[in-house]
Design a binder for this molecule. Structure first.
Ligand SMILES: [Zn+2]
Length: 191
């Protein structure tokens, strides 16, 4: 299974852009995003964002230092200092900076190895027996259902997994377009 956790950023009135999918980021209020290479020497007034799956609860962790308590919001709720779990499509605001984290799943192509994938396995679509070393595709599943069904590569066909509903043709998640984020900001102002 193959899930990528992507970080997106935008400054106010600018279109969002993909930052990447690194292990850990330092974020400054100016919108500078750097790799968090020396965790013991974090500059003051930066937040740390660590993309990683968390036991079905979320896809990333956000660390807000004491001096930034109540400066940021997560999905339009003001954040206290401390550790916060981010879910798919979570939206962080910090002055003019906007951040989103999102998970993208993709099917993994590999070869059938009985040691790894189990002996006496059958293709989830054709029900025919898998032969060692033949090309297979493993379904990544969805946010709520990690699937892992095995298909012969020739039978994967880039169509929906009948077990979990994962659709390889689905367009990957991207941040809401401007109209939508303006609505979010208006909602926030109204609160
Ligand atoms: Zn599936």
């Amino acid at each position: 299974m193959s899930a990528t956790i992507n970080l997106w950023k935008a400054l106010l009135n600018k279109p969002p852009s993909l930052v990447g999918s690194a292990n850990s980021y330092l974020v400054s209020v100016e919108g500078e995003i750097n790799m968090d290479v020396q965790p013991k020497k974090r500059p003051d007034s930066t937040v740390v964002l660590i993309p990683q799956p968390i036991n079905g609860q979320g896809i990333a962790v956000l660390l807000v230092p004491d001096e930034l308590t109540r400066q940021l919001s997560l999905n339009n709720s003001v954040l206290a200092a401390g550790t916060h779990i981010l879910c798919h499509a979570s939206h962080i605001c910090w002055n003019s900076l906007r951040l989103w984290v999102a998970r993208t799943d993709s099917a993994r192509e590999t070869q059938y190895e009985p040691h790894t994938h189990g002996k006496e396995m059958f293709c989830a679509r054709t029900r025919s027996r898998l032969i060692p070393n033949e090309p297979i595709v493993i379904c990544p599943g969805t946010l709520t259902d990690p699937c892992g069904m095995i298909y012969k590569k020739s039978a994967w066909l880039d169509i929906k997994c009948h077990h979990c509903g994962f659709d390889p043709n689905q367009i990957a998640w991207s941040p809401p377009q401007k109209g939508q984020s303006n609505i979010n900001e208006l909602t926030q102002l109204a609160e």
